[in-house]
Design a protein around this ligand. Structure first.
Ligand code: 5GP
Ligand code: 5GP
Length: 232
């Protein structure tokens, strides 16, 4: 019995070491350590002290927008800017641009057409999983994931509406878990009066960014127990 237990303990330790070694090597294996899809509530990007600028294509829909698809290590750290020889090229995603304008709008100032935002996300994060997802597949995977998880519908069907009202953090998490089947991480920021509000939603996805999984590790950060769902 004791012998079996000690073998089991050794096996577990070996597995943990293996995971660490694998996670330490870049690219393909980083994806195995988890990837987040991050969606942003535009109302909460815009109502801070910093405010925002609508894209050149006009005011985006009152819906969550994609921020990025970010490979992460299991210890919470992450690789970034993994391949400067493979910069974002608009020609690789030409068939996705109109969908990206709608689903992945830029809100930074000054107003832009999105290229700067998408380039940044590809160069900083996308290149770290380029052997699994090329530029086209990276953006397409994020768009497909957003479509699969209709966050706004998950919330509104639970009576949680972007009306400037306050809702419990747990009711927001539950509404999303009930609809998608996986617990999200909620990131809050502060509106211009200092109220804690729903800002970004993180969901974890599998190695090829095709389905949601339980998060191996959650980011850090805190929200108030009741948070605002700002209007947009
Ligand atoms: P902030 O410091 O504003 O939370 O994040 C700044 C930027 O750092 C993010 O937009 C993102 O590019 C990167 N970042 C922050 N936290 C994480 C994380 O947990 N994982 C990854 N992959 N990137 C992150
Ligand atoms: P991250 O926070 O993802 O590391 O950095 C995002 C970068 O993309 C920033 O340098 C920012 O100027 C640019 N950017 C352009 N549009 C947006 C936007 O709508 N949201 C955010 N977070 N960044 C944007």
């Amino acid at each position: 019995m004791e012998f079996k237990e000690s073998i089991l303990i050794k096996l577990v330790v070996m597995l943990q070491c293996l995971t660490l070694v694998l996670c330490a090597s870049q690219d393909f294996l980083t994806m195995m350590c988890g990837t987040y899809i991050i969606e942003v509530w535009p109302g909460s990007y815009c109502d801070t002290q910093q405010s925002c600028c609508y894209p050149t294509s006009g005011k985006p829909d009152a819906d969550f927008g994609i921020h990025g698809l970010w490979p992460n290590y299991n210890d919470g750290s992450y690789p970034s800017n993994c391949d400067s020889s493979n910069p974002f090229q608009q020609s690789q995603v030409s068939n996705l641009i109109s969908t990206m304008q709608k689903e992945w709008p830029t809100l930074a100032c000054p107003s832009g057409n999105g290229i700067q935002f998408w380039s940044h996300e590809w160069d900083k994060h996308g290149t770290c999983s380029e052997s699994l997802l090329n530029q086209h597949d990276y953006f397409e995977a994020a768009l497909n994931l957003k479509q699969k998880a209709n966050l706004l519908q998950a919330l509104t069907s639970a009576g949680i509406n972007p009306d400037g009202g306050f809702y419990s953090l747990s009711s927001i998490k539950n509404a999303i878990s009930d609809s998608i089947g996986f617990t999200p991480f909620i990131e809050c920021n502060s509106d211009s009066s200092g109220n804690s509000q729903l800002y970004q939603v993180y969901l974890c996805v599998d190695t090829n960014a095709s389905s949601f999984i339980d998060c191996p590790v959650f980011p850090h950060g805190k929200c108030a127990s009741n948070i605002e769902f700002s209007s947009f």
